[in-house]
Write a protein that binds this ligand. Sequence first.
Ligand SMILES: [Zn+2]
Length: 405
Amino acid sequence: MDIVERFINYARIDTTSDPYSTTRPSTMKQFDLAKVLVEELKELGIKDAAVDEKCFVYGHLEANTETKAPTVGFIAHMDTAPEYSGTGVNPRVIENYDGEDIDLGSTVTRTADFPGMKALKGKTLIVTDGNTLLGGDDKAGIAAIMDTLQYYQDHPEEKHGRIAVAFTPDEEIGTGIHGFDIARFDAKFAYTLDGGQVWMYCDETFNAVSAVVEIQGFSIHPGAAKDKMINASNVGMEFHGLFPAHMRPEHTEGREGYIHLTKFEGSTDHAVMEYIIRDHDAKKLDEKTELMQRAEKFINGLYGEGTCTLTLTQQYRNMKEIVDQYPEVSRFAMESIRELGYEPGIEAARGGTDGAQLCFRGLPCPNLGTGDRNAHGRYEFVVVEEMRQASELVRKVIAKVLAEG
Ligand SMILES: [Zn+2]
């Protein structure tokens, strides 16, 4: 099956995840795609292909050579982002794209809004009908991995070592990867295929801490409040005011970290604030959490011990710390991207990735691009030539792993 047909089949299957769900997976419809993928893996000669009760698909292609090489893994996620509808996705292929605005039917993708588009003149794009997202994030990744397996089936003369494959649920809501079975996956290192331009390589994420701030006020009738009332909402605003505005996400980019107030609920008696704190640099992250601790102390100095309680929770760490311990993992990726004719772009993700969590559980796992663009909305599209190259990239990495043994 051609990679385009494969991709369109996957895109049509609704796999939206749900952040408010308490089940794992968050939505049972993710099994619809999982089952299709297991069948396809079996057809492609993956004898142990199976989906587990948490909706993780695992499989291994055994080596077809005596040459010893470590098992290399490839991972893509099956769910699509809950912020936009993934129901009734109706992909359309545009051949020989003219580099102009794209009329999707119900809306128009404007090159003025997405500056990279002009450069794609002449390429083949897969777009939406304007009513849903496309789901190229991350079904382009799934299609690229499957296409590689198809290639090996069609070209038995092409030698490769043992390859581990996994398709995972609930990446978009950040809960899926906890259920990933690293022992069953059984790879020495792996790559997620979950990204934009095929030349982008990502081995870096934020360090992440979350904070909950509870403010206990002293509620009293406002008519008799003089010198007695402590209004928790006001104290909360004072607390927040202690952080410079330039540290907010709306004023940061690139490698700048931030302190982000995500929730504020308050009455006179009680207020709760939730924050996320992010920085690529672990030292700078510590400085930000120390700033919050100083703010807690300051508020308690003003209003009395116990007024402000700060609880910090570590969420994830920058995966570069781990990936750098395995320089060959990055080298295989960079050399392969260069062989495709690109200068690799290094991306410091302004977020976390499933790979970051896997890194700290012992599986080095940076990210490769897939050719997807404008993810999580109706302007999303896939550049077919790049999706094909993503498949080629996977095979180049596999060849390098085998060559180095
Ligand atoms: Zn994704």
